[in-house]
Design a protein around this ligand. Structure first.
Ligand SMILES: CC(C)(COP(=O)(O)OP(=O)(O)OC[C@H]1O[C@@H](n2cnc3c(N)ncnc32)[C@H](O)[C@@H]1OP(=O)(O)O)[C@@H](O)C(=O)NCCC(=O)NCCS
Length: 156
């Protein structure tokens, strides 16, 4: 059977749907200008996750991360609501980790809202461990951030 998902680099032509998804899915959405800046940042990797529709590949998810001094920092990962619960989040997270390892990262890091149970479980399934807490990290709610990390040596 053919794989139901694939990834490709995000481009400027993706900004409209990514921006809409940010507003819908993230509590502090990045605006178009910020997303566009990230697309051209030399250390940034921006990926679209695609799901196979009626023969065509449909944009269904996206992720933004940076690789700097041997570390990957995953800033953004979201799956559009109709495509959730099918394994795409995990597929895209793994694709990001493999690409970061390929670009020389030894360790991956991220912060996730304490209350975001789906994301915490997704990251745990991808291989991350919870290594600390940043108290009152999120300005909008004062929520704590859970710091998660994983070694990437096994992916090289
Ligand atoms: C978090 C998110 C990316 C998960 O994407 P998804 O494609 O639905 O996730 P998957 O189908 O790949 O599931 C992978 C694992 O995540 C966990 N998970 C996903 N959705 C879950 C839910 N609603 N409740 C609990 N666990 C969940 C499960 O452990 C699952 O593995 P399992 O099915 O083997 O138990 C998606 O819900 C989303 O885009 N949320 C809004 C944006 C966001 O919060 N991003 C993360 C912070 S930047």
């Amino acid at each position: 059977m053919t794989a139901p998902f694939t990834v490709r680099p995000l481009g400027r032509e993706d900004l409209a749907w990514v921006c809409e998804a940010e507003a819908e899915s993230l509590q502090i959405p990045w605006n178009k200008a910020l997303l566009a800046e990230e697309l051209v940042h030399p250390n940034a990797v921006c990926l679209a996750g695609l799901a196979r529709g009626q023969g065509d590949w449909e944009p269904a998810a996206y992720a933004f991360f940076r690789v700097q001094v041997g570390e990957m920092h995953l800033f953004r990962l979201a799956v559009l609501p109709p495509f959730r619960g099918r394994g795409l989040g995990l597929f895209l997270a793994r694709a990001c980790l493999i690409e970061a390892a390929r670009q020389g990262a030894d360790t991956a890091w991220l912060e996730v809202r304490n209350d975001n149970v789906p994301a915490r479980r997704l990251y745990a399934r991808a291989g991350f461990s919870e290594v600390g807490i940043r108290r009152r990290y999120y300005a909008d709610t004062g929520e704590d951030a859970v710091i998660m990390s994983m070694p990437l040596d096994g992916l090289r």
